[in-house]
Write a protein that binds this ligand. Structure first.
Ligand code: DC
Length: 211
């Protein structure tokens, strides 16, 4: 079974993807990390994020196995940088096979990102589109950054979220978009556990042909 989870920044899709993967015993790929890793590699080599060829080279040279260990990728600056390199078609093309191969593992997988249900796994059995209001997402991101000891100004975080939503949705290459057959989950008023139970109910309904 392939579960494709898409949604905007800080919508809770990553936490849901991890929980669903653990529940069903499936491997999970956080595809945002690939774009974060690409941006980090461009910057480390002294390149510019706007340089499509340099970013595509960095994407081709990624070692996905090592990305999960790198805490610096998860911070705010790298999210913003990732959103810039993710708009390059050549970067998306360089990361396509890796994501499709992950999804094609025997038994299936859970992938979360922006274009999983639309581009990477258009035939996924279950597609969720997870969202929440920009204000609530900004509150969550602020709490998360506070928890990691990164100073966070809530107004600046909200501004960040709006800018990233705009860039991720307006780009021409694989924009953030709900697939026609994706089930919508709005987590604005839901806590972590409630969101998980709601997502699980949607997946189960879909698997039983009731969604
Ligand atoms: O999910 P995230 O915040 O880690 O993603 C960082 C950026 O990477 C996001 O702003 C857009 C980009 N991204 C993408 O374009 N496609 C994906 N499948 C995942 C992330």
């Amino acid at each position: 079974m392939i579960i494709a989870i898409d949604g905007p920044a800080a919508s809770g899709k990553g936490t849901l993807a991890r929980r669903l993967a653990a529940h069903y015993g499936l491997p999970h790929l956080d595809t945002g990390l690939l774009y974060r890793g690409t941006a980090a590699a461009v910057l480390a080599s002294g390149g510019r994020l706007e340089d499509e060829a340099a970013a595509a080279r960095a994407a081709s040279g990624l070692d996905p196995a090592r990305l999960g260990e790198d805490e610096s990728l998860r911070g705010r600056p790298m999210g913003e940088a990732a959103s810039v390199v993710a708009a390059h078609p050549a970067v998306r093309a360089a990361l396509l096979d890796l994501q499709r191969a992950f999804a094609a593992q025997p038994g299936g997988a859970v992938l979360d990102g922006r274009d999983i249900g639309t581009v990477i796994c258009p035939d996924a059995q279950v597609k969720l589109f997870v969202t929440a209001s920009p204000e609530e997402r900004a509150r969550r991101r602020t709490r998360e950054l506070d928890g990691r000891g990164e100073p966070a100004d809530p107004a600046a975080i909200l501004e960040d979220i709006r800018r990233r939503d705009e860039r991720d949705s307006a780009r021409s290459a694989a924009p953030l978009l709900k697939a026609d057959d994706a089930l919508m989950l709005d987590t604005t008023t839901l806590g972590v556990e409630q969101s998980f139970l709601a997502a699980l109910a949607l997946v189960e309904a879909k698997l039983r042909g009731r969604a």
